[in-house]
Design a binder for this molecule. Structure first.
Ligand SMILES: Cc1ncc(COP(=O)(O)O)c(C=O)c1O
Length: 408
């Protein structure tokens, strides 16, 4: 048997069935009248934000990275919980605008912004995190043409990365941000252009579970911000310290020590250099806010044995759960937390693989896990489905189409 990832805290059984939002998942499936289905718990999201607020220094604002989960009702919930939003495309800008979010609290990072995206962002008062000198030239020219001072920040490509992170976004040659040594000259150009100077965005990596490593990276980001602000000779209004807070997906993963992270950051903010005294800070989080609050539910449509192995074949799959299938940047495939939702908490009775309905061996949601014996029509659950699930999977593959989503 292969181990399964740890089921996140906050999930219980009601009458032997996995519950979310105070009701068994069968209730939500009935309401949706279909499977597969993504369910996101507003209570779990609120709890996560509250835990962050009580651990992190009050001076540090909390931004939500929309890419993790852009489901409009979830964004509407987030609007009352966080201080700002980070978007990565003109498409996400449309989504946050349609959700009625205040665009003055939105920043836009990401390489390859097209002129039309820059223009819409400038017209909307969104802060652009500039990824290159070329992008700066285009944004300033568009602002001039429109007669609007664009709100401009610079994404810095730092010399360091986030140790132990699943995805490194800094250190060495990168398509993201401006190499640190060229930043002061660009700051001076931005300020001279008459743009509204917004500060730095320093994002060094994501999905780290080691609070010490994240704290060290935040320290490096603060030191870098101070040095670049000094060298550019311009006060720094704002500094986005990045994020990187990860969640346990795999066997052996343990939750991040949030209080340690909060203590370390508070200590650093108490001894800030003069040049950062009036700077506003934020961190930018996606999966940490919403990942564990979501569960993906699919129905078993076939139970079959091949060469003595049990396959539970579902109506879901990698077209909704690319990351859980191991095909979203994972080197070695390991099992996400999963369960038989309609037999939640029951004894393990057999080894089985939960697979999807796509005709590819890649479509595996749980490989040789230990489960209670499940039958056709039972529901399965894949946890940690609140981030990079629905919107980060190829829903159109093989003509399958998207899964329904519900915030409960
Ligand atoms: C610039 C930026 N912000 C935020 C995120 C969100 O990361 P996570 O969901 O791990 O918090 C990413 C992820 O790659 C990113 O590149």
């Amino acid at each position: 048997m292969k181990p399964l990832g740890p089921i996140p805290v906050g999930y219980e059984a009601i009458g032997g069935t996995l519950a979310i939002g105070g009701r068994p998942v069968t209730h939500w499936v009935e309401e949706a009248a279909s499977t597969p289905l993504f369910l996101y718990s507003s209570d779990l999201i609120r709890g996560r934000v509250a835990a962050l607020r009580s651990s992190l220094p009050g001076r540090v604002a909390l931004h939500y990275a929309v890419k993790a989960n852009p489901f409009p009702p979830l964004l509407a919930l987030m609007a009352g919980l966080v201080d700002g939003f980070d978007i990565a495309s003109g498409g996400e800008l449309e989504i946050v605008r349609d959700a009625g979010l205040p665009l003055h609290h939105v920043s836009f990072a990401g390489p390859g912004k097209r002129d039309a995206e820059l223009e819409t962002a400038i017209l909307s008062g969104v802060t652009l995190n500039l990824e290159s000198e070329g992008e700066a030239v285009r944004a300033i020219a568009i602002g001039d043409r429109l007669g609007i001072a664009p709100r401009l920040a610079i994404r810095v490509n730092p010399e360091f990365d986030l140790k132990g992170s699943g995805m490194k976004m800094g250190g060495g040659a990168k398509p993201f941000g401006v190499d640190a040594e060229r930043v002061p000259a660009l700051v001076r150009e931005v300020v001279a252009s008459g743009a509204e100077w917004r500060g730095f965005h320093i994002f060094a990596g994501s999905q780290a579970l080691d609070a010490e490593a994240i704290a060290e990276t935040q320290g490096q980001a603060l030191a870098l911000a101070a040095r670049l602000a000094e060298d550019s000779g311009t006060p720094l209004p704002h500094c986005n310290l990045g994020g990187g807070l990860g969640i346990p997906y795999f066997p052996g993963d343990t939750p991040l020590d949030l209080s340690l992270l909060g203590e370390r950051l508070a200590a650093r903010l108490e001894t800030l250099p003069e040049v950062l005294r009036d700077t506003q800070f934020c961190i930018e989080l996606g999966r940490y806010l919403v990942g564990e609050a979501g569960v993906y539910i699919a129905r078993i449509v076939d139970r079959k044995i091949s060469h003595g192995e049990v396959f539970l074949i579902t109506d879901g799959g990698l077209h909704h759960q690319l990351a859980a299938s191991g095909n979203f940047g994972t080197v070695v495939r390991r099992n996400y937390p999963s369960a038989i939702a309609t037999r939640f908490g029951a004894e393990v009775e057999e080894e089985a693989s939960i697979v999807g309905c796509l005709c590819t061996p890649l479509d595996k949601l749980a490989d040789k896990g230990g489960f209670p014996r499940a039958e056709v029509d039972d529901l399965i659950a894949v946890f940690c489905a609140g981030a990079y699930g629905a919107s980060a999977s190829p829903a159109s593959f093989l003509g399958q189409g998207p899964a329904k989503e519900m915030l409960v």
